[in-house]
Design a protein around this ligand. Structure first.
Ligand code: PLP
Length: 390
């Protein structure tokens, strides 16, 4: 048996929705994007939704709209997909990393609070939070918590911190569409919430992303920036701002709309797969299944990441699983240890021990809403056999 790492959950209605668009001449800047945004406002309760060409583009627009510029400090975590940090680097802001909670991989709110306090104090106190080089001279502007693997970050203490120090909050909810933290949807806590729709995410538009905000002015700015800096009233060749082509096309928006209608149903299917995994993995020695914490009142399973005991050689295990048709991925390789981050900021191994430990022991198993029980059985049986041989 050969198991795919992930698969989009597509049905006939999704295909029809895309087909309907390509029977018209309007492939961009049309009604589907507007409808998709409206549906997202309804789904999240946000005042504004701005659809874009990727989650990364959404993060970048949020950074621009938040007024984060060169040298500004932004507290975030190195246990994430690189885009949450890269969006800051695009504007030459300086990410100030704090380590994560060992259970969830999300930002540790106590560390974030200490970092914010010390950075506001400045001088010697701020030193220990800043990178060895490339630190800039700016002041603390914002927080970027990431909802890792579909579990919301601890947004209550994060928002309290933001209020205390007057910081912007950009919630990277790219892995957590539909997740709920203490009764409130992921992405709706801060000034901006960002979602992503690459084909391995819970819902897809092919490529695509979306930003939600309750700030009308920021939304207007993001609409201008995604469309080459054209402000309302600008003609095709007049550009009020330095902008980008971050537009979402009509085929993608139509697919997104069709997927969003089924999102809760698709999340329920993913719940089922996750609970099959939990059930079958419980009997296997040497691994730890993912933990859903009580503040997560609805998990939105993105990937299913287990942790291996330190004694297991992950690379070797992955190779043996792969050979038997079970692909797995190390999740995440820490951001601060990526080559360009080491070069720019001088990070070394040991700087963020929890992130590094999770990064060394985490393994994403094949996961999607269209997996069958038989496939989950095969993955778990194969994993069990190969671990006992480790
Ligand atoms: C998927 C993802 C993004 C955005 O990815 P794109 O490929 O640009 O859509 C951003 N942050 C995190 C944490 C992600 O997992």
């Amino acid at each position: 048996m050969k198991i795919p790492m992930s698969s989009p959950d597509l049905n006939a209605a999704d295909r029809q929705a895309v087909n309907d668009v390509i029977l018209t001449p309007i492939l961009s800047l049309g009604p589907r994007v507007v409808e998709f945004e409206k549906a997202f406002c309804e789904y999240t309760g946000a005042r504004q939704a701005v659809a874009v060409s990727s989650g990364t583009a959404g993060l970048h627009l949020a950074v621009r709209a938040a007024g984060i510029t060169s040298g500004d400090l932004v507290i975030t975590t190195p246990f994430s997909f690189v885009a949450s940090t890269n969006a800051l680097l695009f504007e030459n802001a300086v990410p100030v990393f704090v380590d994560v909670d060992p259970l969830t991989g999300n930002i540790n709110p106590q560390l974030a609070a200490s970092a914010a306090r010390d950075l506001m104090t400045g001088g010697k106190a701020a030193e220990k939070w800043l990178p060895r080089k490339g630190r800039g001279s700016g002041k603390l502007k914002a927080l970027v918590p990431v909802d890792v693997f579909g579990q919301p970050a601890e947004m209550e203490p994060i928002m309290e911190l933001a209020r205390r120090y007057d910081l912007k909050v950009i919630e990277d909810s790219c892995e957590a569409v539909g997740a709920v933290y203490q009764g409130k949807k992921a992405g709706t806590f801060g000034d901006f919430g960002i979602f992503a729709f690459y084909p391995n995410k819970q819902m897809t538009t092919g490529e695509g992303g979306l930003v939600i905000t309750n700030d009308d002015q920021a939304a207007a700015m993001m609409r201008a920036l995604r469309n080459q800096g054209r402000a309302p009233g600008d003609t095709w060749l007049s550009h009020t701002y330095l902008g980008y082509n971050y537009r979402l096309d009509e085929m993608s928006a139509a697919l997104g709309l069709s997927q969003l209608i089924r999102l809760d149903e698709m999340l329920t299917k993913r719940d089922q797969i996750a609970s099959w995994y939990a059930e079958e993995l419980a009997g296997i020695q040497g691994i730890q299944a993912p933990v859903v914490v009580p503040t997560t009142t609805r998990m939105s399973w993105f990937v299913y990441v287990i942790r291996l005991d330190k004694s297991i050689d992950r690379t070797d295990l992955a190779r043996r699983l792969e050979a038997r048709g079970v692909p797995v991925r190390p999740y995440f390789l820490p951001i601060h240890l990526q080559p360009y981050m080491i070069e720019r900021f001088g990070y070394v191994e040991g700087d963020f021990p929890v992130t590094e430990d999770l990064g060394q022991r985490g393994v994403a198993l094949p996961f999607s809403g269209v997996m069958t029980r038989e496939q989950v059985d095969y993955v778990c049986a194969t994993l069990s056999e190969e671990i006992s041989r480790s």
